[in-house]
Design a binder for this molecule. Structure first.
Ligand SMILES: Cc1cc2nc3c(=O)[nH]c(=O)nc-3n(C[C@H](O)[C@H](O)[C@H](O)COP(=O)(O)O)c2cc1C
Length: 185
């Protein structure tokens, strides 16, 4: 039987990103027969503009961008996707939104089971970014339900030495993993 494979996408490019740490912890919470990888290279994806996603004389090279090709392939090959993102200026980081916009025309996220997580050092938990991300994931036609999202407030106190240490947060992340696997079916 084919192994379930999950792709993690962090909305932060920072080396010591709290969101990437959360994703790494998520990767440890799936059953051992589930494989998990975090996408690397979100920042190398070019700026999206309509028309650039289809080959043509006005878009030489962009459809050949390696990071973009890897991104689309990684989503296409994953059975489910976990996105964990910070909030910047009450919204989704531009880098993440840009990458998602590239998939509107090609449909890699269509019917893809997803979990959406936001984390913030503030007590608002990145709620604005999460709400915006969920709208985008709806536009992309992802498979999700009312339990497919989690916001993590005051994140700095819940992480230590590169791991999530807060047991309530770990339990909530474990529920995200379980819900995602049920969506995959
Ligand atoms: C330009 C900028 C804007 C930010 N805006 C928000 C915001 O609107 N809401 C929020 O909760 N945090 C905001 N933050 C704080 C981030 O949540 C914080 O830097 C967080 O650690 C980033 O996530 P990371 O650790 O995964 O990189 C902002 C940070 C920066 C640098």
């Amino acid at each position: 039987m084919k192994r379930i494979h999950i792709l993690g996408i962090s909305g932060s490019l920072r080396a010591d990103s709290t969101n990437t740490i959360i994703l790494k912890t998520v990767g440890t919470l799936f059953p051992s027969d589930v494989t998990f990888e975090i996408f690397e290279g979100l920042g190398e994806i070019p700026h999206f503009s309509p028309g650039l996603d289809s080959p043509g004389l006005d878009s030489p090279g962009l459809t050949d961008n390696q990071a973009l090709a890897r991104f689309k392939t990684a989503i296409g090959q994953a059975d489910g996707v976990v996105i964990c993102t910070p909030e910047y200026a009450f919204g989704v980081p531009g880098t993440l939104k840009n990458a998602l916009d590239w998939t509107v025309g090609t449909g890699e996220f269509n019917d893809k089971p997803v979990s959406a997580i936001s984390a913030s050092p503030l007590n608002t938990g990145g709620n604005n970014a999460l709400a915006s991300l969920l709208l985008t994931l709806t536009a992309l036609g992802t498979r999700k339900n009312e339990a497919s999202s989690l916001s993590i407030p005051n994140v700095k106190g819940k992480i230590s030495a590169g791991q999530v240490t807060d047991k309530h947060t770990i339990e909530a992340l474990r529920e995200q993993c379980g819900n995602l696997l049920r969506l995959i079916g």
